[in-house]
Design a protein around this ligand. Structure first.
Ligand code: S3P
Length: 453
């Protein structure tokens, strides 16, 4: 990965972090809100839409297929949908940037169209496995072709060629059993199911984030959910979806960095307002509490069918954690920042059942182990996780680390830098803009000293 232009220098915190801050709106819900709005009949209103690069990739691609987006303010957009069957062929490849969610959801949506689409992405996305979405879509008669994966046999990656459904044909019924709990695969399958002739049944090992299901149900899509099994039967359904009017809650995955910063810097009191606390996403909050973080969740409410709350975090007596099983899909993006907590917790924290981390924006098991060691923390890499020997006494050793173009690694290293013994240099931090463009400003607002080099 070429070096980015932005490096960060994080100074050790000299005083407690204090304050009440927002986070960008939930990236996962943002993708789905703009995607479904584009398929609705009429004008949808989305409040709190994040301008993080990943959400913008999804929005731009939909605009190129005919959806009209009007900016009302920095955070509010209106989307004139084209209806389920109204998308038109884009005039060239659709750039999904760094966003795996954009690419995988589009595979399901675009395999059902009467035109061919080409999906491309950045260097990281061009290494991510796409067979997990290609296989079920092919099984129902859809066309998905990709480039051979550079290192994995029988695997494909971007660029992808998707669709069309041949004239006079339709996608067929599908019963898909996914080996991994994956909301991206589930959503791709369900999106293709909107256009299929016959029912779709999707089963996963444990429940992954359910934002797609919630939004489909709100739009009147004939869906049934029983634990980790989702069934969609479009027989007798009009295919008409009324416009959405939603406000998107704050991203718990972004909040996790601030909660951890508040838990690690002595004397801190950090509040993150308006955070989505959908139970399929709150694994991190459970892990943090279990590891001793003084975490209070209050002001619970509802935003567009998604639960929301304020989070208050302060240091508590930390202890090592155990992360595995059904907790992993509910905290899948937060494992790097759990490692930062583990780095300061007495004892050995063990993360298992997390092999999926190897195929995220970077190999997060290998990358995180490298970051931990750079900060003087001992850890052992396992095929599906890691063991981290906490270093609660003294400070971490100031480090110079590479983000490997992975936003969650860059932000985790920044939080660790707050409790290091000298300034920490984090290279290649442009990637933070994919999910949390105001990350540095937010840390500064809490009282941290961060320089942009
Ligand atoms: C996402 C699902 C998860 C997650 C990703 C966003 C989504 O990926 O890691 O950041 O919005 O559906 P998987 O489906 O691969 O677990």
């Amino acid at each position: 990965m070429p070096r980015g232009v932005t490096d960060l220098v994080v100074h050790p915190a000299e005083r407690p972090l204090q304050g009440s801050v927002p986070v960008p709106s939930d990236k996962s819900i943002g993708h789905r809100a703009v995607l479904f709005s584009s398929l609705c009949n009429g004008r949808s209103r989305i409040r709190g839409f994040s301008r993080g690069e990943d959400n913008v990739s999804t929005m731009r691609a939909l605009q190129r297929m005919g959806a009209t987006v009007t900016d009302v303010s920095k955070t509010e957009i209106l989307v004139d949908g084209v209806g389920l069957f109204g998308l038109k062929a884009p005039d060239g490849p659709l750039d999904c940037g760094n966003s795996g969610t954009t690419m995988r959801l589009f595979v399901g949506l675009l395999a059902a169209q009467t035109f061919e689409s080409v999906l491309v992405g950045d260097a990281s996305l061009t290494r991510r496995p796409m067979m997990r979405v290609a296989k079920p879509i092919r099984d129902r008669g859809g066309r998905v072709e990709g480039a051979p994966h550079p290192t994995k046999a029988a695997e494909i990656t971007a660029p992808l060629r998707v669709g069309p459904v041949p004239e006079g044909r339709e996608l067929g019924p599908l019963e898909a059993v996914s080996e991994v709990a994956s909301a991206q695969v589930k959503s791709a399958v369900l999106l293709s199911g909107l256009y299929a002739h016959g029912p779709t049944i999707f089963r996963e090992p444990t429940v992954s984030r359910d934002h797609t299901e919630r939004m489909m149900l709100a739009l009147g899509v004939p869906l049934r959910v029983v634990g980790p099994i989702v069934q969609l039967d479009p027989a007798g359904w009009s295919g008409e979806m009324p416009p959405l009017d939603v406000e998107i809650p704050g991203d718990v995955s972004a909040a996790a960095f601030l909660v951890t910063a508040g838990a690690l810097v002595a004397g801190s009191r950090v509040t993150v307002r308006g955070v989505g606390v959908n139970p399929t996403r709150t694994g991190f909050l459970e892990i943090a509490r279990d590891m001793g973080v003084a975490l209070v969740v209050e002001n619970r409410g509802d935003m567009g069918g998604e639960p929301v709350a304020d989070l208050h975090a302060a240091p508590g007596p930390l202890r090592a954690g155990r992360v595995g099983g059904e907790l992993v899909p509910r905290a899948v993006d937060e494992i790097p920042i759990v490692c930062a907590l583990a780095a300061r917790s007495p004892g050995v924290t063990v993360v298992r059942d997390a092999a999926e981390l190897r195929v995220k924006e970077s190999d997060r098991i290998a990358t995180m182990c490298g970051v931990l060691r750079a900060f003087g923390v001992e850890c052992e890499e396992l095929p599906d996780g890691m063991c981290i020997q906490g270093k609660p006494e003294g400070k971490l050793s100031a480090a110079e680390v590479e983000s490997r173009g992975d936003h969650r690694i860059a932000m985790t290293a920044a939080v660790m830098g707050l409790v290091a013994d000298a300034p920490t240099m984090i290279r290649d931090c442009d990637c933070i803009a994919t999910s949390f463009p105001k990350f540095v400003g937010t840390l500064r607002a809490l009282g941290a000293r961060v320089d942009v080099a």
